[in-house]
Design a protein around this ligand. Sequence first.
Ligand code: GLC
Ligand code: CA
Length: 597
Amino acid sequence: MHWTQRISMCSLSAAMAVCLAVALPQHTPAQSASQADTSAASEQNWWKNAVIYEVYPRSFQDTNADGIGDLNGITQRLDYLKKLGVDAIWLTPIYPSPQVDFGYDISDYENIDPKYGTLADFDHLIAEANKRHIRVIMDMVMNHSSDKHPWFIQSRSSKTNPYRDWYVWKDGKGETATSPGVPPNNWESDFGGSAWQWDPTTRQYYYHKFYAQQPDLNWNNPKVHQAFENIMRFWLKRGVAGFRFDAITTLFEDPQMRDEEVLKDKNGKPIMQDGRPELDDSRTNNLPEVHPVMQEMRRVADEFDPNTFPGKRVLIGETYLPNIAELLKQYGPPGKPEFELPMDTQIGFINQLDVNTFRSRIDDAETRLDGNIPLIVFDNHDNPRLDARYGDDLHNIDIDRVISTILFASRGASLFYYGDDIGMKTTPPDTREDVKDPVGLKYWPKFKGRDGERTPMQWDTTANAGFCPEGCTPWLPVPPTYKAVNVEVEEPNPDSLLSWYRNLIQLKKTHPTLAQGEETMLDTSNSKVLSWMRHTAGSPTVVVSVNFTPAPQTVSLSVPGTGGSLKTLLKSPGGAEPTSLSTIQLGPFGVYIGEVQ
Ligand code: GLC
Ligand code: CA
């Protein structure tokens, strides 16, 4: 399922519960952050317990007052990221682009868009990040380029141009001298409408899974493979630690170009959406041909020494998949590795706090990925923020603690989105005139686009929330909530969400059991509280309990082979500290993390 479909589902799911909000002191972890470990083993394995922060560069920090974030802005904020405890930042695309899809339409893969800076600024960012032992991960968009990329300009110029076969071209049906006829088949763009665009110069259609300005590259052409291998080397040589592969499951299409099946309801009638029948996507999504491509890209990344910083170069996948079995395939068959970290969207996009679903999906990640490392992710630049998908408007910060605990106290790597660290709220545009995301313009007001989750980072209480210098106009308005929700206000407050994030991340990085231990679900018939333990030889077992309800709950756990007494590592503000596994009291949406002794 693609994110556009999820959006309509999740906006319905934010349950509105009524209860009292609490704000009481919280416990902080005893350990302090250790110095960066630079041993060869640590560099090779850094990604296995990694904390990765998604930066949307356009919205992070503007330094030249044009209202658009830039690379120098990210460099300026590295100390903040270091203090937060992140191991790596993933930058959404910063390449030259007409910005139709805000960078996901690339017109030059080996340069920086002047809006964001220069290659020299990029090198400076890498150097400064490296000083702080922070890695930089680039977005890699291989499914499509911009229609302004020289490859496509050549390709569309004539049927005999050497670049013709770099894209997916096809005759329409029923063409006459005066009419283009109709598209070759019923395939649809994920942004709505036919996925085929008629091009008058050569009187053929080209295929685009996304906007018409994003023509799909033809991955049956070996030259396309070579081009991207070299693009990856270009950035790896500049010191990047890996790539996040955009829309990777849509690289290939059915070679016979057969129609997608029309989805039917239980009475056999086509399911309609906006006057068009809903289609299956098995001819244009998740085709098996993508696997050898990822094995190839893995080999390119492996040309670079994993023993020294930035360590193992990692491949992260944007992998929205229907189930755990499909996710498992993304790691590659034995001896042919593909992604280190395909995103596990099974857990983070459940979009409702349902204990049983979370329990079974987390258990799947632990038991059905053959020991591979899950990359847990709840949020990104394509979906309404956490408040809109999990919040109840009364306990949003408590609910953020619940979610971040699942994110950071589960086994594996954790990926989160700028602004989650302070509790930024989804803030969609008020009027159609304000909309910047083309898909929002198209579907307004039913779907307002993705602007609401891309508003400027809220740094402080000054005008523009410190995102850009006073007097400038940010490309999207700063949400009015910024006066209370910002780094400056939250930083000194031990009960703030930002303090919680810092403490939790520090615990993940420094507690040996949380860093590496296996995960086993506890109290598995409880439908209100999710509990699990982390355990590994030679280090104390850790139990975690999170209350998914607005009412107080008490759980009683048992961990065989222990005395059952508890030492608190971190808990939500308020309430007594439990001393025994048999009575763990949790406030509304409360969280408890403790060592069993
Ligand atoms: C991915 C990106 C999204 C973009 C699309 C097309 O889903 O995350 O922002 O619009 O691919 O590149
Ligand atoms: Ca700028």
